[in-house]
Ligand binder design. Structure first.
Ligand code: HEM
Length: 543
């Protein structure tokens, strides 16, 4: 057999194949030509419809508040479920329906999963929030952080945190008993406790814990910085080079202070635990550090340690404000709807009369699942998700979507779609329930034909929230435990008439109920004893 590398043979076969070579080359040229024409044709397709704006600078107004609603109105105005506009060279596209979001962000997620850093100079470069995986562009850090978070907060491994969640929720009950007026501080502290203990295995102080305080400071800072258009340096990044002492450079002095807080949040808890060999079984740090040599000094290992540190801090930044928002929404909804509260309490009592709920009751109290779904649907904490960025030119439904366009899935519009959720503005957990027909079990069971809001509220595709099972576990147990022990009632006026709590939303990126008052009191003396005993047991246990 002749060797293929014999030059003589190669030359002969080459010269003999000239006609087929010509055909092949012609084919390639034709193919490239077609590709070029098709690219040209794609580019000549229209951009998704929306407000035109001015030449060169585009639509420089901030869309009217609430922005998700303005975006939904544009869909009606331009008769399209995908709309778009251009601002200072950036293309913004809004997916107003679940169909568009599923097609682009789920099915085409290979090209729709990046994050844009345009307009984030203050957050990213000056304050240094690049450690937050939720905002990180696709790259080595995001891939590793995503893998670590998906592994440690998978549906299976999320169960490991349940003892920590149950203990913190019992302390929440005790705080509600002692000081019901400060209920919003208690829900926030509870979420902080669950995350600090669940992530690092650090026992937090009953009050004024330094790790929770440091993390909360950065959550507030992030809410300040992530308001689009608030910082001139986000519009004119060249301003980042101004020296701090110059008049007008106050934002740089502020950024330096905030950067210190950001470093304290990521580094302090991690430095406190990274050398410990006896981290508790339940904490994420233990799982993340298991497979690396903490003493090795090589660059690869040090980078990995850094990624673990940043991934752990990401859990707080992404998981605390969001979970707290839904807990507060639940308290508001109960104060607004005493009848719904009574029905929910009956379902909890059917399973847990005389004791507090625990995770073995999961799946047995359908009303609580319906309440979690309805709170997530009614007031989604991140109404426009975190925007995705597309990395290649694309076409959807006859519209051209240029590479680097920023895509907002309009989560709130999807969850208020009357086709999927009739009377969408109403708080109505029974929309998720159907008669069971059983004589021994619950009257109602979850209706699987109604679209589960969890498939929307936690985002889409490769960027979908990795903490959704962990969050659901916290919410389910907190709702069930509060219903089992407390009545949440409207306060009364001087004539003894109930005053409905103020029902409004605040916040730009992550939304919360506006400040409201309500009366939280134990359902009876027996329930009061139950709370005190449970909190004492939680304090005495190892968890
Ligand atoms: C009710 C509570 C929560 C809600 C409503 C929520 C919602 C979301 C949403 C909408 C996104 C953006 C998804 C997208 O870009 O398409 C997201 C991302 C994320 N969430 Fe959550 N989340 C919650 C709780 C949590 C918790 C408890 C954790 C921590 C374990 C967490 C960790 C993350 C992370 C790390 C990301 C970024 C994912 C990435 O960019 O790859 N979230 N979440």
């Amino acid at each position: 057999m002749q060797s293929l590398s014999n030059p003589a043979t190669t030359l002969v076969s080459f010269t003999m194949d000239i006609p087929s070579f010509t055909v092949a080359a012609g084919g390639v040229i034709a193919w490239l030509l077609l590709l070029w024409i098709s690219r040209l044709r794609r580019k000549s397709l229209p951009f998704p419809p929306g407000p035109a704006g001015y030449p060169l600078i585009g639509y420089v107004h901030t869309p009217a508040d609430p922005i998700w609603k303005t975006y939904r109105e544009w869909s009606q105005k331009y008769n399209s479920n995908i709309v778009g506009y251009k601002i200072l060279g950036t293309n913004i596209i809004i997916a107003n329906t679940i169909e568009v979001a599923n097609e682009l962000l789920e099915r085409r997620s290979a090209i729709y999963s990046d994050r844009s850093t345009v307009g984030m100079t203050m957050a990213y470069e000056l304050v240094g929030l690049r450690w937050t995986a939720a905002l990180a562009p696709v790259g080595q850090y995001w891939r590793e952080a995503r893998k670590l978070l998906q592994q440690t907060f998978s549906p299976q491994l999320s169960r490991r945190y349940r003892p920590v969640q149950a203990a913190a929720i019992r302390r929440l009950l005790c705080n509600l008993l002692k000081d019901p007026l400060q209920f919003r501080d208690h829900t926030r502290y509870m979420t902080g406790e669950i995350i600090v203990r669940g992530s690092y295995g650090i026992d937090v102080q009953e009050k004024n814990d330094p790790y929770i305080a440091a993390a909360e400071r950065v959550v507030c800072i992030a809410n300040e910085i992530l308001v689009p258009g608030k910082w001139l340096v986000d519009v004119l990044p060249i301003l980042k080079y101004l020296p701090e002492w110059m008049p007008g450079a106050g934002f740089k002095r502020q950024a330096r202070l905030w950067h210190r807080d950001s470093v304290a949040m990521t580094d302090n808890p991690f430095n406190a635990i990274k050398d410990h060999d006896d981290l508790p079984q339940y904490c994420a740090a233990r799982l993340m550090l298991e497979n690396i040599d903490r003493n090795a000094e090589d660059a690869e290992n040090l980078t990995m340690l850094d990624h673990i540190k940043d991934s752990l801090a990401t859990v707080y930044s992404a998981g605390s404000d969001t979970t707290t928002s839904i807990l507060d929404t639940f308290i508001l909804a109960m104060a607004l709807s005493p009848d719904i509260q009574r029905e929910a309490q009956e379902d909890v009592d059917r399973v847990c009369e005389g004791r507090l709920p625990d995770y073995s009751d999961y799946g047995k109290i359908p009303y609580v699942d319906a309440l979690v779904r309805e709170c997530l649907r009614w007031r989604p904490p991140v109404p426009l998700a975190v925007p995705h960025m597309v990395t290649q030119d694309d076409v959807y439904n006859g519209y051209f979507i240029p590479a680097k366009s920023v895509i907002f899935p309009n989560i709130k519009a999807m969850l208020l779609d009357p086709d999927n959720y009739p009377e969408p503005e109403q708080f109505k957990p029974t929309r998720f329930l159907v008669k069971s027909g059983s004589t021994s079990g619950p009257d109602m069971v979850l209706d699987t034909s109604v679209s589960d809001p969890s498939n929307i509220v936690f985002g889409f595709g490769r960027r979908a929230c990795p903490g959704r099972w962990f969050a659901y576990d916290s919410l389910w147990m907190a709702f069930a435990s509060i219903l089992a022990t407390f009545d949440i009632l409207p306060v009364k006026d001087e004539n003894g008439r109930p005053v409905p709590p103020r029902d409004g939303c605040k916040g730009n990126f992550i939304t919360h109920p506006e400040e409201f008052v309500c009366n939280i009191k134990p359902r009876s003396a027996k329930h009061k004893v139950l709370v005190t005993a449970a909190a004492a047991a939680a304090a005495a246990s190892d968890i």
